[in-house]
Design a protein around this ligand. Structure first.
Ligand code: ADP
Length: 228
């Protein structure tokens, strides 16, 4: 469902962020993307989201050609992706319910769909009782779970998470990982960039490691493989 063939990305300042990346990610996989700072993880995520275009090579996401896709089709590609960030990115003046509903309104879901889907997603992340709360009334872990509910409400084929546990303590991080496992067990592909060594080692999923823009390791039931 995601195939990278000889993908390279050179930024305008001539920095090569990714160099000749080849890999295939199948539907329903759970992938940890690891590597030191500057290795190219965020760039890879940006290519998947079409925030940046590859300089050369081929990147297919489902039926979309993410290198040559016309700008006006990018929103369609993004609808098949849910994204979770380290810093949650919730709307502070909207309730938990409305934060999730907002993602559905963007894709012009009906009021009826919103009233059905938002509670389903909040239930999925264990926050059914927090619909009326505002982000500032929640713990960090709860905020991240709202952002996960928002990311999955359009039923994306792929959930991309960029350091989703980076701001959380270890217990809370484990709760977040339990959410991802549950979502993955229902068929959603998960790609998570992380420095969380314990989590990667504990979960024993496929690990793709980047270093200086190169794919240096692609291992089933892999380990983090770096010192810290
Ligand atoms: P990581 O997410 O693994 O820390 P990045 O993808 O952010 O790595 O960065 C990979 C390389 O690309 C680094 O050398 C970084 O400085 C460079 N880079 C990232 N974004 C840009 C940009 N917008 N313009 C120029 N260089 C960039």
């Amino acid at each position: 469902m995601i195939r990278l063939t000889q993908v390279s990305k050179v930024y305008d300042n001539n920095v090569t962020a990714l160099s000749d990346i080849n890999c295939f990610i199948d539907k329903g996989e759970f992938i940890f993307l690891v590597g030191p700072s500057g290795a190219g993880k965020s760039t890879l995520i940006k290519l998947l989201m079409c925030e940046e275009r590859a300089t050369s090579g081929k990147l297919m996401i489902n039926q979309f050609d993410a290198v040559n896709i016309p700008h006006k089709q990018v929103p369609m590609l993004r609808r098949s992706l849910g994204v979770v960030f380290q810093d949650f990115r919730l709307l502070p003046k909207k309730t938990v319910f409305d934060n999730v509903a907002f993602a559905l309104k963007i894709v012009e879901a009906s009021r009826r769909q919103i009233l059905r889907r938002v509670p389903e997603c909040l239930d999925m992340v264990g926050l059914s009782h927090k619909g009326k709360a505002y982000p500032h009334e929640l713990s960090g872990g709860e905020r991240q779970r709202v952002s996960i509910a928002r990311a999955i409400c359009n039923n994306p084929a792929v959930l991309i998470a960029d350091e989703p546990t980076g701001n959380l303590d270890p217990d809370t991080a484990n709760d977040i990982m339990a959410c991802f496992e549950k979502i993955n067990s229902r068929g959603t592909t998960i790609i998570m960039a992380t420095h969380a060594k314990e989590i990667v080692n504990q979960m024993a999923k496929r690990v793709i490691a980047l270093e200086q823009g190169k794919l240096v390791r692609d291992q089933q039931r892999g380990e983090y493989g770096y010192g810290n």
